[in-house]
Design a protein around this ligand. Structure first.
Ligand SMILES: N[C@@H](CCC(=O)N[C@@H](CS)C(=O)NCC(=O)O)C(=O)O
Length: 224
């Protein structure tokens, strides 16, 4: 009897507003799967409703993505990228300088670049009408600019952050994509080209298509 291997599962939302489509972080995981041609399943959650019973034991902050591969269950997009990278050198070199450069840049994307971008985007999208928004936005925007400048200097004219394409680039390109409603990345031509290079990869296109295909057109009704 042939053994059927369970596919890994990533949680995602079944609907989000237009501004968030293409930005939800399950995209990072889908992209990694597409790069190595590994099939996976998405488990869709209702973004507008409490998560299913027990979800907090899987993802303690009630967010997506959470991930399961057979008996292994955990969360955090960066950890999931690392897990997949450990299994395939097309995502993460197995040893040496390039491995640790890629891991450094993975952490840098999520730890040094994403936080200020995330804060600024939240001011733009959710707090623009608040009396304090302008000052908070402009303080955060200058931090974002400084981070982009350092990133641009470090990238220089190289193609990817750590030698060959890696999980670091999946993280960084998806982080930068959060600025798509601004011209901030365009202010750094090498970053704009880097970002475009990432988004032109067939695996990115397939991952994006899969995320978009999972969204329904209408917000779910309460209780669905
Ligand atoms: N650090 C987490 C962040 C996850 C996260 O912010 N997920 C968002 C979607 S991109 C979410 O689930 N938001 C809904 C919520 O926070 O309730 C990761 O990278 O996995």
């Amino acid at each position: 009897m042939s053994e059927t291997k369970e596919r890994p599962v990533v949680t995602a939302f079944g609907w989000v507003p237009d501004f968030a489509r293409g930005l939800v972080r399950d995209l990072r995981v889908r992209w990694a799967f597409e790069e190595i041609g590994r099939p996976y399943d998405s488990q869709l959650l209702n973004a507008m409703e409490p998560r299913p019973e027990g979800y907090l034991q899987w993802q303690p902050f009630d967010q997506v993505p959470a991930f399961a591969d057979g008996p292994v269950k955990f969360f955090e997009s960066g950890a999931i990228l690392l897990y997949l990278g450990e299994q395939d050198e097309r995502l993460l070199p197995a040893s040496g300088q390039s491995r640790w450069s890629a891991i450094s840049w993975l952490f840098a994307a999520l730890n040094s670049v994403e936080p200020s971008i995330g804060a600024m985007v939240s001011f733009d999208l959710f707090h623009a009408d608040k009396p304090w928004a302008e000052g908070a936005r402009s303080a955060t925007a200058s931090l974002v600019e400084r981070r982009l400048k350092r990133l641009s200097d470090a990238l220089g004219d190289t193609e990817w952050l750590a030698g060959d394409f890696s999980i670091a680039d999946i993280a960084m390109v998806t982080v930068l994509e959060n600025l798509r409603h601004t011209d901030m990345v365009a202010g750094f031509p090498n970053l704009a080209a880097y970002s475009e290079r990432g988004r032109q990869r067939p695996a990115y296109r397939r991952a994006l298509d899969a995320q978009l295909a999972d969204f329904s057109d209408q917000p779910p009704h309460a209780g669905e």
